[in-house]
Design a protein around this ligand. Sequence first.
Ligand code: NAP
Ligand code: SF4
Length: 615
Amino acid sequence: MGSMHTGLEERHDWPALTRFYAARAKGGAALLITGGIAPNPEGAVFQGAAELTPDTISHHQNLTAQVHQHGAKIVLQILHAGRYAFSPACVAPSALKSPISPFPPAELTEESLQKQLHDIATTAQAAIAAGYDGVELMGSEGYLINQFLSPRTNRRQDRWGLDRRLFAREATRLTRAAIGEALLIYRISLIDLVEGGQSWEDIAALAQELSPLVDLFNSGIGWHEARLPTIAQNVPRGAFVHLTQRLKSITPVPVVAVNRIPVPELAERIVASGQADAVSLARPLLADPDWPIKAQTGRRITPCIACNQACLDHTFEGKAATCLTNPAAGREAEFDAAPATPRRIAVIGAGAAGLACALTAARRGHKVTLFEAAEEIGGQMRLAAKIPGKEEFQTLLNFYAAEIAEERIDLRLGLRARAQDLAGFDATVIATGVVPRKVPLAGVDYQQALTGAPLGARVAIIGAGGIGFDVASFLIGPTDFATEWGLGDPAIRPGGLAPPQPAETARQIWLLQRKPGKPGRGLAKTTGWIHRAHLAAHGVTMLGGVDYLGQDSQGLHILRDGQPETIPATDLVICAGQESLCDLQGDHVIGGARDARGIDAKRAIEEGTRLGLAL
Ligand code: NAP
Ligand code: SF4
């Protein structure tokens, strides 16, 4: 299990954190790497981020003991954020501010540099005392060690700059000395994905220098300030494994492949074909703590759809991480599923909320009938799966379909339930979802657009929320990740960037909102920039502050900044939000049917799961 920040560390919620790791160890992960732990306050990702302090050692000892009980090993990741530390106390090789941080770092003096090395080694030693089987040094993702390695961030003229690999070597050497024979993993940046990043020559030289000191190389892909997505849904599965394979060819040390390896078939192929010696899963183990055991025994795995919505987005919003497909993640005790006294339950609507409720209730022993007006399950998620880059939603729908069959849920497709259909049930759950909001403009709604309504060469999208952006992506069509984003090769260009070459888009697209300012500001924290960049790269005109005046054969007439304009659109797609669809009486109302504002799969699945546990 790869390192993930859960947010429980800073809440000092040791019982929840211990349960979280123990559940993954029980689920079959052989080696767990903790979320990053700062070696000192100046290296903390944010002020107050977790450190391994003497007063927490006993909690760590309990946590590691629980993990060991399940036969797994656990190592502590030491992460010094360098200039990424969100704090005025941040330090770096050179006084160069990161584009993603408001804080200019102080350049490390020789004395403070030695202190950083000392603190890293001391933390490693303390980790062993706390029961960890070893440590991982975070040498990638643009954090301190990576900052020393790259000419982009290391402009020093002393020995730490003239030999940019010296700090990484010293940190590794001192850590080895501090932990003796214990496991030492080094997470090596295989592609920085920033201008002025390392060349493959630099990376290979470092790997060779560190090989005698480390037990395992974990792969690191891209800096946090990279302008390429590295783990989002639109990144193809296994997109970076070729770099781990290249590392393997130059070191005798075992190597670990990472990023977008959500399913066992791919993991198996990577290891069996010799591309890597092991595979690291992070988010997939949030989605299903039993992933490894289920893979071994051929059982169905709750999929991670790489959405970032409940894990990374939560982390960046200062909330505890959990999972869209598995709302129990990180709060296992709250979601304990006790067997129920069986009752007959009717769930109306097989969208995200209804599916989660029906399955949770059925797993607890209830006899569930699931009504769905459409011919297929999925509701809004079925539409999401049609968006290029969001195909992982189909994996989730396939999972739900198989689970419905296994749990013997009586699924009635193509049946719009009426009041009389609900007689004879002990409890009824209304999960009928939402309908598109109507506006006084002639056009198709997003549901029609995504299910094949014919559209001309010039399309204006009314409404620029998540769905407006999705419809624009749908109209752009499938694209090639590497050429669109400029994924290159560090052996050809240091940093591994290539000139982005987005494909020509056949359609002219406008994305409009009434709110002033650029559309897309309200999109998710860790993925909004990807959607904005994708649309911009394909020439979508995104306009805010628009008043809709009306339409005629010339197109859509608007006022912008008080000035009249005509958008020569042949068609309009209305993405102006949604309204609850709730025309049946029931004992419980959940998801969009209860409240359409801000409804998404994350909230719907959580509401459905919680009700399924309470029924
Ligand atoms: P939304 O985010 O509320 O956006 C609705 C859009 O319609 C806004 O741009 C709004 O902008 C416009 N609008 C509202 N009333 C209007 C009216 N009467 N006339 C014209 N325009 C109007 O809703 P959504 O795009 O339908 O998304 C629904 C939910 O799905 C959201 O909560 C979102 O989180 C979720 N979702 C998430 C993702 C994702 O990538 N995470 C993707 C898709 C959907 P103005 O009022 O400024 O015109
Ligand atoms: Fe995966 Fe989304 Fe769950 Fe994160 S929230 S673990 S990306 S499914």
